[in-house]
Design a binder for this molecule. Sequence first.
Ligand SMILES: NC(=O)c1ccc[n+]([C@@H]2O[C@H](COP(=O)([O-])OP(=O)(O)OC[C@H]3O[C@@H](n4cnc5c(N)ncnc54)[C@H](O)[C@@H]3O)[C@@H](O)[C@H]2O)c1
Length: 361
Amino acid sequence: MAAAGEIIVSRTELDRYVVECLIASGASEDSARVMSDVLVTADYRGHYTHGVNRIDVYTSDIKCGMTCGGGLHPTVVKETVATALIDGNNLLGPVVGKYAMDIAIQKAKSAGVGIVTVRGSNHFGIAGWYSLHAAKQGLLGMAMTNSDKVMVPTRAKERSLGTNPISMSAPGKDGDNFVLDMACTTVAWGKVEMRKAKDETIPRGWAVDSAGQETTDASAVAGLQPLGGQEQNSGYKGYGLAMMVEVLTSVLSGAEMCAFVRKWKSHEKPANLGHCFLAIDPDAFADGFTDRMQDLIDHNRNLEPVEGERDVLVAGDPERQHMALCDKLGGIPYHPNQITFLDGIAKDLGVARLQHASLSS
Ligand SMILES: NC(=O)c1ccc[n+]([C@@H]2O[C@H](COP(=O)([O-])OP(=O)(O)OC[C@H]3O[C@@H](n4cnc5c(N)ncnc54)[C@H](O)[C@@H]3O)[C@@H](O)[C@H]2O)c1
């Protein structure tokens, strides 16, 4: 349910806003449209930490020339029938990501599998956009990226890896799907900041202080714990997953690695992030994939929930519920402070403010 007083903005209006802000900052219209789709989709799917409220980071990167807003295309550096290495030429992450995933999809359609690794890119938003892009064409899709260092590995005292998100989408029947889309840290940095702003504590397993010790004090946080938290709770598995992402993104492509990636929001040097995209054609394997995939999804959804819970979900269901809510409301709900923030950016860029449909009650 949307909270009372939230402001509802249609996806069309958000798209208009994002595209105009990016163009006003120097992006080409083509690039702005791809970026907008990824950001608006993030909010629609309920991942507000990686959606429209990050527009200022992208516009400021373009304005100061730290990211290329358009006029170029990514370059295929090397390729085989099933693989490609792409140089993103420092274009916007979603522009590079869509280009690379489209190549992985083409290769999967002809060779059964496509693996594309990328260097010279920027922050690409939600990993799920790219894996879903493949799943919408009947393929299995995977996407991952490295990112700026916020994770403190198990037994370490200082930060090294990024949140390094990974996503896999697999199509079921009639548009249903499994969409795992997750960071390799327990939570995103934004969730710690929200607790800090409200003067609230954070749960164990989220973060560590400057001594590398687990903390529940949001204002003492110096880094995020890997998924799982402390060693006794298998935090080393999240650490291992983040390393796996790093291998397939930066190590394989020659992009900037873990601790050497520039700090988020800093303009000290180009981000030079690495991504990796995989597309797999299920028809290259056993017949009847979508039927079995749907059985797998349904079996888990139909498990008996514990007392106090209404239903058992599979990955992608929380996002499905959020999209259904948006459809019911006729747009995406935002806290009024978020709209004030976005209006301020519009004013600075000389772009029309967001028109909103209504207040939820
Ligand atoms: N580009 C970047 O650098 C970057 C970095 C970090 C995160 N991200 C993006 O941020 C978004 C949020 O990441 P996150 O790790 O906070 O996601 P999250 O913890 O909200 O969800 C992770 C996954 O768990 C699934 N899930 C949630 N509750 C569930 C339940 N009860 N049962 C079954 N499945 C459930 C979700 O569908 C999702 O697939 C993602 O889209 C991610 O790609 C991007």
